[in-house]
Design a protein around this ligand. Structure first.
Ligand code: ADP
Length: 827
């Protein structure tokens, strides 16, 4: 029979007596024992180390034996005391039991009997110890809510209770995941165990068995039991094992496992003892866990809140990513964390921020940048395409070879990848990793990540959009600045030019008027900005010009006289997306020159007229005289013809010079219809030479106008003679008169219209704009032989304009021309 005694046996007696013999006997049988004399020596021995069992010789003198016995039962009630006596009298025996002896042996004892007694005592001591330990455990678990210290006390006391060498206590969550563990090796030294090993124990090992079966178990020899996983690197030998689940409210809160290096070290009583502590321990653990969970929850809430806060407040993309990565890494406790953006169209992943824990410091990883998803990052398929969270452990035999290589290359033990999803679209991933072997991501990590991921995705997307908007705004600002610079330059140029510049927008509001405008028109340029031009340019020739350009949408030119008395050549052009711009060039100087030229011409032609008249007179005389031969006659005729041409040219030049010099008109009332008829009559002869039909279509009751009749006759005869000249034989020339109503500057104007129409050669449109210029003759093969000076229409135009009228032409080559003269009607 093997007796397991915690501690030793203390014998209290006197030397040279039977107590001493007993001591010798015990020592011979390998029992740990001590011997003391009663009194002070015994007290000292007890103080040094309480024994498991005590044997007291009650027959000592002066009742020392009984005194010791009563002291023991009073002060060390859990230590069983055997009374030893050589007297078999009832009094001594009764007294011994009364004083609390657990048993009694009579001297010169039977060794078999004594061993039985000893076994009973050992059993009693054991029960006493269990009771004591139970009490201690109860105290330990009821007095605290701190899970860590509670676990330690429970494990140590349980170990003590069954004489185990080492043990472990694993605290589990609802899914059997080890959330806390305490493992003792080498007589109480705590060791750190890898998380992946713990999860193996819970999956396939003894811990898992206890969790699933919800019952305690005793293994006498681990080498014969599959439940015991054999880890070759286990720091301690374990042959005998005891295990008990801590169950509270039908849920396994934890498992307690106690081990001994030798086989068959535990028995059913040990198991019962463990079972007896299981319930209070389980309840206490549950309470502590609830408390801890509440604490943890509030911590998690706080962490989430903090992360949320910093995420929400970070709009700058770079800052946002860094804050997010830092917060997440710190909350989870992973040793590296990265955020990457996924470009779906290119299947490209760009790492935006990657932090690695180095020592206690977070450092930005240098390895940033882009890579293609396919091949480069095999674990990404799930998160990106199926929007699933992926977790990989190097220790997991189920991961693919490709993934294994990928992780080993990066020295990653565990990785967890979360897809970032915004409005159903994957926009990137968050990658967390552990480099420390054995580390696993806990349900808490997943819970925290799940709690924060949606916010992260949206915050990142917002930050990205913000960045885009910012970039766009910056671009626009720089563009606007450039435009503004350009505008300033242009404005400066326009402002300082001597040419007048004035622009209106499509709504007719003044956009710009420069200094030259202000000086020439006497209108404050600044005050008219953004004002309607109809009002500000009232009374100037610019206003009708702008009106016409808006209708005709083409560039128009006009001579304009400014208030300053200077003459400008105005050019008004529509400018797409801006409006209309008028540029006025000062041509006063040219005008002056022109005037001088006219004067010269006028004098020259006037002075030429007399000698020409003389030449003509003399040629007439010569032609009438006899004695000239035929050749001489021809020459004289040629002289006469040429001098006539010169005379007509000089006349035209003089006319023009006089007209342009602005000689006053002889205004009188006139009926245009009768004027037309007179001229037509005069032209009939010229027309009949070419069998041209000359017709009139005159407006009856045409109002009379005031005009210089001689000049008006000149207009009509010039136009008619041109029509006859530039119409082939047998053509038709029609003169029409009519009245017309037009609106100019919002005023209705009535005017008289004279139209000279022919069906002759017509004029090419290229020539039309120049037709009224001096000496301009439209050159075309059909009119090559027709004589002319190119001054007729210039004279006509000058006369018409001096009458406040307008002249223009419509013509189609080979079909004919229509010359229009419009004269103002008074009233
Ligand atoms: P010209 O003395 O050459 O006729 P004008 O000033 O009268 O000078 O006319 C200028 C040019 O206009 C002419 O040379 C001619 O080419 C063109 N022209 C004028 N009237 C007509 C017309 N009725 N039909 C065709 N061409 C015309």
């Amino acid at each position: 029979m093997k007796l397991k005694i915690e501690g030793d046996i203390l014998i209290v007696g006197q030397e040279n007596q039977s107590a001493n013999d007993l001591w010798m006997w015990l020592r011979q049988r390998q029992f740990q024992s001590r011997f003391t004399n009663p009194g002070q020596e015994t007290l000292q021995a007890l103080g040094k180390k309480p024994p498991a069992i005590m044997i007291v010789d009650v027959t000592l003198s002066e009742s020392e034996g009984f005194q010791t016995l009563s002291y023991m039962t009073k002060h060390h009630p859990h230590i069983p005391v055997i009374a030893m006596t050589h007297e078999t009298d009832m009094v001594t025996m009764r007294r011994s039991f009364q004083l609390g002896a657990s048993d009694l042996i009579i001297e010169s004892f039977d060794s078999v009997l004594f061993l039985e007694t000893l076994a009973r005592m050992v059993e009693k001591a054991r029960l006493n110890r269990y009771e004591r330990l139970n009490r201690q455990i109860s105290n330990a678990v009821s007095g605290t809510l701190a899970l860590g210290s509670m676990m330690e006390r429970v494990l140590l006391l349980a170990k003590e209770g069954v004489y185990a060498e080492n043990g472990s206590l694993l605290i589990l969550d609802d899914e059997g995941w080890v959330i806390r563990h305490l493992i003792l090796v080498d007589q109480g030294r705590e060791v750190h165990t890898r998380q992946d090993r713990l999860s193996q124990i819970m999956e396939k090992g003894f811990g898992g068995w206890l969790y699933r079966e919800q019952q305690s178990a005793l293994i006498d020899n681990t080498s014969l039991d599959d439940r015991w996983l054999d880890f070759p690197d286990r720091p301690t030998e374990s042959r005998s094992v005891l295990g008990v689940p801590f169950i509270s409210r039908n849920q396994v809160q934890g498992v307690l496992i106690l081990i001994h290096g030798q086989s068959e070290q535990f028995d059913q009583q040990d198991l019962q003892f463990l079972e007896s502590i299981a319930l209070p321990a389980a309840m206490a653990i549950e309470n502590a866990r609830l408390f801890e969970r509440e604490q943890q929850k509030s911590q998690e809430m706080f962490a989430l809140y903090q992360t949320g806060l910093s995420i929400a407040s970070a709009l700058d993309y770079q800052a946002a990513t860094k804050t997010i990565v830092q917060q997440i890494a710190a909350t989870i406790g992973a040793d590296s964390c990265a955020i990457s953006h996924w470009d779906k169209s290119e299947n490209r992943l760009t790492t935006l921020m990657s932090l690695i824990l180095s020592g206690n410091q977070w450092q930005e990883s240098q390895k940033m940048g882009d890579f293609l998803v396919v091949g480069d990052y095999p674990i990404l398929q799930g998160p990106l395409f199926q929007q699933k969270i992926s977790t990989r452990y190097l220790s997991d035999s189920a991961i693919s070879q490709e993934e294994k290589v990928w992780m080993m290359e990066r020295q990653i033990w565990a990785t967890m990848i979360y897809p970032l999803i915004v409005r159903g679209e994957t926009t990137g991933v968050i990658t967390l990793a552990y480099r420390e072997p054995g580390k696993l991501f806990t349900p808490r990590d997943k819970r925290l990540m799940t709690g924060v991921i949606a916010q992260v995705a949206i915050a990142l997307e917002n930050a990205r959009l913000f960045e885009q908007v910012k970039a766009q705004t910056e671009w626009l600002t720089s563009q606007a600045r450039e435009l503004e610079d350009e505008r300033r330059k242009l404005a400066a140029i326009l402002q300082s030019t001597t040419d007048i510049a004035i622009a209106i927008d499509n709504q007719g509001l003044i956009l710009l008027a420069n200094l030259a405008f202000e000086q020439s028109f006497g209108i404050d340029a600044l005050s008219i900005l953004n004002q309607p031009y109809q009002q500000t340019l009232k009374g100037t020739k610019l206003r009708p010009l702008f009106e016409r350009v808006q209708v005709e949408q083409t560039t128009l030119n006009l001579e304009v006289e400014a208030k300053s008395g200077r003459t400008y050549y105005a050019n008004v052009t529509p400018v797409p997306n801006v409006g209309y711009v008028a540029l006025l060039r000062d041509i006063s100087h040219l005008k002056e020159l022109d005037k001088m030229r006219t004067e010269v011409l006028s004098t020259a032609s006037h002075d030429l007229k007399n000698p020409l008249t003389a030449i003509q007179g003399f040629t007439l005389l010569l032609m009438e005289s006899e004695g000239l031969n035929t050749e001489q006659k021809e020459l004289v005729e040629y002289i006469s013809k040429m001098s006539k041409r010169m005379f007509s040219l000089t006349g035209d030049l003089l006319d023009l010079a006089q007209l342009e010099a602005g000689l006053s008109l002889q205004q009188q009332s006139c009926n245009i219809n009768s004027l037309v008829e007179t001229i037509v009559l005069e032209m009939k002869k010229q027309a009949s030479l070419k069998q041209i039909q000359l017709e009139t279509q005159l407006w009856p009751n045409i109002p009379t106008i005031t005009c210089d009749i001689a000049r008006m006759e000149q207009v009509l005869s010039n136009l008619l003679s041109n029509a006859i000249k530039y119409t082939p034989d047998s053509g038709t020339v029609i003169v029409r008169t009519a009245t017309q109503q037009i609106t100019e500057e919002q005023k209705t104007i009535k005017r008289l219209l004279i139209v000279v129409e022919d069906n002759g050669h017509g004029i090419d449109e290229d020539h039309i704009p120049h037709l009224f210029e001096r000496f301009y003759r439209a050159q075309s093969p059909t009119i090559l032989g027709i004589e002319g000076t190119g001054l007729g229409l210039a004279i006509v135009k000058t006369i018409v304009e001096q009458h406040g009228g307008q002249i223009w032409v419509e013509s189609v080559v080979d079909q004919g021309s229509k010359f229009f003269v419009a004269l103002p009607l008074s009233g």
